[in-house]
Design a protein around this ligand. Sequence first.
Ligand code: F3S
Length: 390
Amino acid sequence: MHLDRDDEKMLHGEYGETCQKMMEILVALGKVFGADRLIPITSAQVSGASYKTIGEWGLKWLESLQAKVAVPTILNPVGMPREGWEEIGISRDFAEKQLAIIEAYRHLGVRLECTCTPYYLHMVKYGEHLAWAESSAVVYANSVIGARTNREGGPSALAAAIVGKTPNYGLHHIGNRCPSIAFTLDGGGDLTAREDVFGAIGYIAGKKAGAKIPLFTGIRPRREELKSLGAAMAATGAVSIFHVEGLTPEARIFKYESRNLETITIDKSEVDALFGEMEVDAVAIGCPHCSPDELITIARLLKGTKVKKPLFIFASREVIRTSKAAVDAIIRSGAKVIPDTCMVVSPFMEQYRSIMVDSGKALAYVPSMCGALARLGTRTECIRVATSSS
Ligand code: F3S
């Protein structure tokens, strides 16, 4: 792999030990995947931010680093909101460890907007090269925006953030972004006209696609639906990019390559089977973190009601700040709007045995990460369950 003079200096320790270690990570990764060189990135997004997932070893490693990030870098959700963590049942022991992790990232110059939806902060454009780690953000950036990022691990995203570059392989090459499997939907428009169905479609498509690159035909999801579709496929498969014919920015580039793809039809009955009935203890919405429009929808659904079961809504700090009217309305119902964390990476959700979600990704992760049963519902159903007595 070719390294320029500056890369070489960093590799030989001229910019300090942390930069040297970070360069070593990138060079090792580049060699494994056959990268020809390092390329500049415009932003990074770092995962491995919750004490629940990285533990003591991760904290110690972060505290040992002495450097600053070279590009705008954002953090994935951490294990609790930075304020008000006592109110939701986070222990002081956990909070102290989590605050130490946040402090370590602050020291590195990472922006403490702890979110899996950095694209709502206007930090990415078509064609830019990134080093993002959160799988749902990666698939959105590649597919919906047309930026280019591999699905980084926490350490490689942080290494790229500090070096300001990433190895040039995988999804940084246009030739590796070509669809390799096609999906159609049984009943097409009828199915997709239903509310909140794209998380379920993504849940099924991800299992069938595995590591292939899906092309969807005959559908026209809105932006938030594309977010749900991609997040679920990234969770149940290893999907980091997908295309929707006539909609997503790179679909037309691959028009000819797409003609002879193996095509799988997703059956309506498969989708219906995911929407089961089950008593739940709590309801959680915002996986990935809610957009401003989603907060407005939730506020409208909650209007004039009070919650009878715990209802948690997750969104980024910035989206919450700019959606004040909707957030105030949601809080008036008794629901909690929580920044910085999420239903999967925070230990406070482990106190519930059964959780209703409106997300295909959460449906996949809640059982393993929270040890709870998960029920999938539309957003309207989620609000109905949270506000009814039974
Ligand atoms: Fe985001 Fe947590 Fe879901 S990081 S995508 S809300 S599992």
